[in-house]
Design a binder for this molecule. Structure first.
Ligand SMILES: C[S@@+](CC[C@H](N)C(=O)[O-])C[C@H]1O[C@@H](n2cnc3c(N)ncnc32)[C@H](O)[C@@H]1O
Length: 313
């Protein structure tokens, strides 16, 4: 991106940092360092140029990442000056963000459910909408039973980690075709649910024994190959195999639910996330595959987001 970062180093004065609009002119005091308040303000203004950014929040998160300070420290200590090394790190992070890199990949972390997960460019950035799958699974299944549950297409392992951390009696298996994503999931599961979860790099549920699972939960790719949304926001930087699934976006849901039929126990539970306009198509797929009690659930914005069912006995 051609946009310049305003926390610029003026030519010929490489040790000084100049802030546009700063009443304390840097020409009078060339060695003066920017304060936290100034750095956050100018960065937030710059980040307004990005579509779908949360400028002030992102500026704070990047400054925390660059300096190692807690967010509360930034808010309670806004007049503190930023040292040269921290400032150089901060500027480089802001440049990356201005070039379109998602904030989650820059920080290497993303909040999901109650957890702070590791994410990389090999994993989808977990979305708040996906917490609906966690809620539905926690509501529908007995908390203290020793259930075997599979998170199909686990990416960072977000769903498996959330469920396993909430339900110590359950065992969570996370699967993903990407070995690199599976490594990230392994680290997140070790950190958040070390005693009752594991990960396998494989095609959906392929290596799982028939009739062994109590539940299959998944947020598979479901965007149509030609959907222009694939060019918006963070999506162009996320792995395409995590997002797109054929001409109608339903290839992955068909494949994974077909595999689930053989591997679920009788009355086994399935919960799948899908696009807001795919509810009726997903209900039809699950009905055709032998599931009953099929219900589509809405997310917080009132849009159809996940469909659940029970394998007919
Ligand atoms: C939409 S992402 C979801 C990631 C994670 N569950 C989440 O909600 O953040 C879909 C995931 O499915 C994985 N995937 C795609 N095709 C697969 C397949 N055939 N077998 C297993 N995983 C697959 C992708 O690698 C990607 O990590």
């Amino acid at each position: 991106m051609s946009q310049d970062f305003n926390l610029h180093i003026p030519p010929g004065r490489s040790e000084a940092v100049h802030f546009a609009g700063n009443s304390c002119d840097s020409a009078d005091n060339p060695k003066r360092k920017p304060s936290i308040r100034e750095a956050l303000h100018e960065t937030a203004v710059l980040l307004e140029a990005l579509p779908q950014a949360s400028p002030r929040l992102e500026a704070e998160l990047l400054l925390c990442h660059a300096t190692g300070l807690a967010r509360t420290k930034l808010l309670t200590w806004p007049e503190a000056e930023i040292g040269d090394k921290d400032l150089a790190r901060f500027k480089s992070l802001v440049q990356r963000r201005l070039a379109g890199e998602p904030i989650a990949y820059i920080r290497g972390r993303q909040a999901f459910w109650t957890l702070d997960l590791c994410v990389t460019a090999d994993t989808l950035i977990p979305r708040p909408e996906t917490e609906l799958l966690v809620e539905l699974t926690l509501e529908r299944l007995p908390a203290d039973a020793p259930l075997l549950i599979l998170d199909a297409g686990s990416g960072s392992g977000a769903i498996a980690a959330a469920l396993a951390s909430e339900r110590p009696a359950w065992t969570l298996i996370a699967t993903d075709r990407s070995i690199r994503a599976a490594r990230v999931a392994r680290d997140n599961l070790r950190e958040n649910a070390p005693g009752n979860s594991g990960v396998v790099a494989c095609h959906w549920l392929a290596p799982i024994a028939e009739g062994s699972l109590h539940a299959v939960v998944g947020n598979p790719p479901y965007i149509r190959d030609a959907d222009p949304h694939l060019q918006l926001g963070d999506l162009p930087r996320e792995p395409r195999r995590a997002l797109a699934a054929g001409p109608d976006g339903l290839d992955a849901i068909r494949a994974l639910s077909a595999q689930a039929v053989a591997r679920l126990r009788p009355a086994g539970f399935i919960a799948l996330e899908h696009g807001f306009d795919q509810g009726s198509a997903v209900r039809a797929i699950l009905t055709q595959q032998g599931f009953g009690d099929i219900v589509t659930h809405r997310d917080l914005s009132g849009r159809e987001r996940a469909t659940t069912g029970l394998l007919a006995i």
